[in-house]
Structures are given as C-alpha cells and as structure tokens.
Design a protein around this ligand. Structure first.
Ligand SMILES: NC(=O)c1ccc[n+]([C@@H]2O[C@H](COP(=O)([O-])OP(=O)(O)OC[C@H]3O[C@@H](n4cnc5c(N)ncnc54)[C@H](O)[C@@H]3O)[C@@H](O)[C@H]2O)c1
Length: 247
C-alpha cells in the first residue's frame, strides 16, 4: 500500500491515535500535516517522520475554529498544492453524568469531537471535490453505541460523529470523496492512562476477548487502510477496532 501521491492532514497528530496515524501515513509515503493545538508535540512528530525519511510539517490548529481550518488547508495548498486525506483525531474529555454535566462542558466536548468534524469536512471538501478524490476518516468510539456512565457528552458527541460521517458519505461519494469513521475500544494512549483507574483497566481487559487494550498503531493501521485506494468501495462505514470488546 502506498500513499505517495497523497497529502494528509491529521488533527490531534501530536499524541496518541493521531500521532500513530501521522507516523503510519508518513511511513506509507504520504506528505503529512501534523495538526495539533500543542505545536511542540506536533513539531516533534513531524521531525520524527522526516527523520524516518518521510515528508511532514507541523501546523498549529484549534479544531473548534473555522478560521484555523482555513489556515490549515491554505498551508497544505502552499506546501504540496493539494489535500486528499483528512483524519479527525483531536479530542479530550470532560467527565460528567447526564444529571449534572454543565452546559459549558457539554458544549466544549461537542465542539472538539463533533463540530470539529463538520468544520473539517466543510474546509477540505471543496479541494477534494475539485480533484474528484478524497478520503475522510473521523475517529468516533465504540462508546457511541453503548453510552458511558459518567461521560454523557463524550458518548453523545461520538454518536453524532457516526451520523455526520454517514450524511457526509452520502453527500460526497458522487464527488469521489469517501467518508468513514472508526470506533476504537479502549486504546492505550496518554489520555487514557491519565483518566483510567487500574481497576477499571483490569475490568475492561478481562471483558475483551483479546485480553488487552489496543495500541494506537493498531487503530492507525485501520485508518490508513480507509485512507487508501484499497478502500475504494468503503463508504459511510463505522469500523470497530475493539479487540472484540462489546461486539
Ligand atoms: N484512547 C482511547 O481509548 C480512545 C478510544 C476511542 C476513541 N478515542 C478517540 O480518539 C481520538 C484520539 O484519542 P487519544 O486517546 O489518542 O487522545 P490524546 O489525548 O492522546 O490526544 C489528543 C490530541 O488532540 C489534541 N487536541 C485536543 N484538543 C484540540 C483542539 N481543540 N485542536 C487541536 N488539537 C487538539 C491534543 O493536544 C492531543 O495531542 C479522540 O477523538 C478520542 O476521543 C480514543
């Protein structure tokens, strides 16, 4: 599989699943824009890709701001003259049960997980339509299907990502732009390590047929496939990457 003709923008590229995706796409010869609000982390990832012989550039982004998306697309156009892949992987969490979550936290989580995907698709699709080729992969979560006790906004936003993915997939397929999403189970990323107790981790591992959490690169491999020409008939899919957890 080669992505040598592709230019990819990956949000949340500084850490976790986004970082692993940048590295994977870079290793497949895509030119990679590492988008993150943390510019230091994004630059480190871009340098690592270049150090491994790839092509990469860091771009500071706030995925909740339309202006930031316009800048990132302009950066891609100036750098490589196009943009054919978008991976929406930025995220964070504000825990809160349905009965108590503040409107401020609810909106912040919706913005970073769901509105960001809308803004991203709106920003990149004109460029992709023009070339009649594009791939968009949104990172949802298996929690979208089952809900999470204490993370109401997160589960709702991730469910919204599936609905948005499928609407965009229907609207853009005729223009050669395939939109899909992935639904990871628990992935051993920095944010998960910060937010999950040992007991909770053990419980989930024991419920998972593969008896471990995912590595970020295992999600990145599925994303890379969906970004490739090999996935030419995959449209509007919600691809589970869970090790069998909650199948
Ligand atoms: N880790 C898991 O178990 C898991 C499971 C399912 C889905 N996901 C989803 O995968 C994605 C990545 O998760 P992760 O665990 O790798 O996260 P992470 O916290 O390790 O990395 C997220 C990155 O997003 C960046 N970011 C946050 N807000 C941003 C903003 N407004 N603009 C630009 N960048 C921003 C952060 O700086 C960070 O580098 C998220 O959407 C998350 O919800 C994670």
């Amino acid at each position: 599989m080669s992505l040598s003709n592709e230019v990819a923008l990956v949000t949340g590229g500084g850490r976790g699943i986004g970082q692993a995706t940048c590295r994977k796409l870079g290793s497949l010869d895509a030119a990679v824009l590492v988008g993150d609000q943390d510019m230091t982390a994004a630059e480190e990832v871009a340098l690592a890709i270049e150090g491994a012989g790839g092509r990469a550039r860091a771009v500071q982004m706030d995925v909740c701001q339309a202006a930031s998306w316009r800048q990132a697309v302009a950066e891609a156009m100036n750098w490589r003259g196009g943009l054919s892949i978008l991976v929406n992987a930025a995220g964070f969490d504000r825990p809160g049960q349905v009965s108590e979550v503040s409107l401020e936290d609810w909106r912040a989580v919706m913005d970073v997980h769901l509105t960001s995907c809308l803004l991203g698709i709106q920003a990149v699709s004109p460029v992709m339509r023009q070339k009649h080729y594009g791939r968009v992969v949104n990172v949802s979560s298996i929690q979208a299907k089952y809900g999470v006790h204490g993370q109401a906004a997160y589960a709702a936003a991730k469910a919204g990502v599936i609905g948005l993915t499928r609407s965009a997939a229907q609207e853009l397929a005729h223009a050669g732009v395939l939109v899909n999403c992935v639904l990871p189970g628990l992935v051993d990323s920095p944010s998960l390590r910060e937010g999950l107790s040992d007991e909770e981790r053990q419980r989930i591992v024991s419920e998972t047929p593969l008896r471990r959490l995912a590595r970020p690169r295992e999600v990145a491999s599925v994303i890379a496939f969906l970004c490739s020409d090999e996935a030419s008939f995959v449209c509007g899919a919600a691809w589970e990457v869970t090790g069998g957890w909650r199948m």
